[in-house]
Design a binder for this molecule. Structure first.
Ligand SMILES: [Zn+2]
Length: 277
């Protein structure tokens, strides 16, 4: 565990914030925590769903630190979870800044920033989409109006189940959406391709082989249509010109006149800033 910083809150903090009745009491707030000394939870801090891990200890103060990309809390048994959440909210500026530092440090940059929990968001077709656990569903469903991806998983689904379910859904959407855009742009421009498939290459958005097989990185599904169209136009231009000469870019402009916007968006993006599956 990396301890970037740690602060201690004085003993008695919970009493001073939760008015009257919160006396040190061994059973207070711990009913749901029976038989577990460590428990993963999430808390909404300034609109962000942030994971935190609660460890009940013998210490007399509530301690917080950042480790493993989440907030690590050590607290005595008698401090109720609701009081700890109150403290997390009180300290949200500090905690979010430390979390951002943790993710941006060289050491952790390649680790996932994405949260896999109910209420977490990620980019889908250039706009945020919220993840929701929907145990009543038989299969995953996207609510376009609420921009909510409803996962057919139980309320206590593990992080890996959520991640894998989102991954599979995004890939199926990528396949369907890219194939449709490829057909539209190919038909409009008269540029032919022989085959299309998804790719998973790190650091590569698309490719085109000499026999006209176009591969598009499924992660493009995080971006808006202008970006996806640009990569498609780029690869379709490669069916004609394999290099990146001036005539190649003329070709791209012929296929997609306003390709520059999508190109600029992609230029600024770091692949390692995208969710890691
Ligand atoms: Zn190229």
């Amino acid at each position: 565990m990396t301890l970037l910083e740690q602060f201690l809150l004085p003993f008695g903090f919970s009493e001073s914030t939760s008015s009257t009745s919160e006396k040190p009491n061994p059973s207070s707030g711990s009913d749901k925590e029976k038989n577990s000394t460590k428990k993963h939870r999430t808390v909404a801090l300034q609109g962000q769903t942030v994971p935190w891990l609660l460890k009940r200890t013998r210490r007399k103060t509530v301690g917080m630190s950042i480790g493993q990309g989440m907030i690590q809390v050590n607290a005595p048994k008698w401090v109720p979870v609701s009081d700890i959440e109150y403290i997390l909210k009180e300290k949200s500026n500090w905690l979010l800044a430390r979390l951002a530092e943790w993710y941006q440090s060289d050491q952790h940059r390649l680790l996932p920033e994405q949260q896999w929990a109910h209420g977490a968001t990620l980019q889908y077709l250039g706009k945020p989409m919220t993840l929701a656990l929907a145990p009543q569903l038989k299969q995953v469903q996207f609510d376009d109006f609420r921009r909510e991806l409803q996962l057919a998983l139980s309320a206590d689904a593990r992080l890996e189940q959520i991640r894998d379910s989102v991954h599979a859904w995004l890939q199926s959407q990528a396949k369907r959406f890219f194939a449709a855009r490829l057909k539209v742009i190919s038909d409009q421009s008269g540029r032919q391709f022989s085959k299309f498939s998804l790719s998973n290459a790190r650091g590569r958005w698309g490719s085109c082989s000499e026999d006209g097989h176009i591969r598009l990185n499924w992660r493009l599904i995080h971006f808006g249509q202008d970006v996806i169209d640009y990569v498609i136009a780029h690869e379709l231009a490669h069916t004609h010109t394999m290099d990146h000469s001036a005539s190649f870019w003329d070709e791209v402009a012929e296929i997609l006149p306003n390709f520059e916007e999508g190109k600029q968006v992609l230029r600024k993006i770091r692949l390692d800033a995208l969710p890691t599956f």
